[in-house]
Design a protein around this ligand. Structure first.
Ligand code: MRU
Length: 348
């Protein structure tokens, strides 16, 4: 399984997802600022993956700091946390990972650890966040695969695969687990304008795995459902509110409405770190507006006339009423989501 991100010899190494599938280029970050820039510019993307990147970036910041005392290290650590928190607003995994790093720092400092011991503890925590995410994705896959019938034609949007996580994937984890369980499945990958995560990244991952994949433009999904060529929809999530409303890549809401109109089950797959019980419903989830250039251009080529206003919200909110189940590493959460999500977070 190709890792999207690695901690290698005290540096953070990531595959540049802007360049896939045409070239496999690895980017090495040696400072927290470089990691933050990699998140903002989409070298790395996907909710769990940016949580891992933020944690590694913070550990890297502490490692590179010249601070000899814990007080000075604490000030620089806080700056690295603020830097990561300012990268992308929607995926809660980022803020969850920063909080874990803060708790690790506080616990080590409280125990009287030296600056060097605190650095080591931060590094261990970042690696633990990475490793746990791979395990969680495998479990999400196992949970979700039992909802996938043999022969299913599955539509997915964006990329919720190994590239978007520490490995294996959430929505693509379900597809991989179904295949590993011997089920014959085929995948319809939405192109996912404007960044083309579906056409470039999901298709690349699935083709590498030998899974039957068809790429469609986003506007083809309705006709395919009408023609009964889709059996179920599985997507990832960037933030799941307490009532089950969730943010995911722009276009997800439209698919959920279409799935309901055609009687097709619509699922999300995400680790528990994506659940934000502090946000009561989808209206409280901040939606990132990304640069207009992602819409106006493909690579260096301009598609649109100058003078037209451009909108580029990167995510939308799918209301919980359209969702059949949310697969997590602690089981399938089904309606009423207020209860099932709270139970998943509590580990019951
Ligand atoms: O803007 P992106 O590419 O970071 O958006 C990613 C998504 O919307 C994914 O579906 C989501 O993060 C889940 S990834 C397991």
């Amino acid at each position: 399984m190709l890792p999207a991100i690695e901690w290698r010899d005290g540096a953070v190494v990531m595959i540049d997802q802007r360049k896939l599938p045409s070239s496999e280029v690895w980017v090495t970050c040696t400072t927290a600022r470089e990691v933050a820039r990699a998140i903002t510019s989409m070298v790395i993307r996907g909710a769990p993956a940016i949580g891992v990147a933020a944690a590694m970036g913070i550990a890297l910041g502490a490692r590179r700091s010249a601070a000899t005392g814990t007080r000075q290290l604490a000030a620089e650590f806080q700056k690295a946390c603020d830097l990561m928190a300012g990268t992308r607003p929607t995926a809660v995994n980022l803020f969850w990972a920063i909080e874990r790093m803060k708790r690790t720092f506080a616990a080590a400092a409280l125990a009287g650890a030296s600056a060097g011991e605190i650095r080591a503890a931060l590094e261990r925590e970042a690696l633990a966040i990475h490793d746990e995410d791979v395990e969680h994705c495998r479990e999400i896959g196992r949970v979700g695969a039992s909802f996938v019938p043999d022969g299913a034609r599955i539509l997915t949007h964006c990329n919720a695969g190994a590239l978007a996580t520490a490995g294996y994937g959430s929505a693509l984890g379900v597809i991989r687990a179904a295949v590993e369980a011997g089920k014959r499945v085929s995948v319809v990958a939405d192109e996912t304008r404007p960044f083309l995560q579906g056409a470039r990244l999901t298709a690349w991952e699935l083709v590498r795995d030998g899974i039957d994949t068809t790429i469609i433009t986003d506007s083809m999904a309705a006709a395919m459902m009408q023609q009964r060529q889709v059996d179920l929809v599985i997507v990832g999530a960037d933030r799941i509110a307490a009532n089950g409303d969730f943010a995911n890549k722009i276009g997800t809401y439209g698919l959920a409405v279409l799935a309901r109109a055609h009687g097709i089950p619509f699922y999300s797959a995400a680790p528990v770190s994506t659940i934000d019980l502090g946000t009561p419903d989808g209206s409280g989830i901040p939606i990132e507006e990304r640069p207009a250039r992602e819409v106006t251009h493909v690579g260096p080529v301009r598609l649109t006339p100058a003078g037209a206003a451009i909108r580029n919200p990167a995510f939308d909110i799918t209301p919980h009423a359209l969702v059949a189940a949310i697969f997590t590493e602690r089981g399938a959460c089904e309606p009423p989501f207020e209860q099932s999500l709270r139970r998943a977070v509590a580990g019951r």
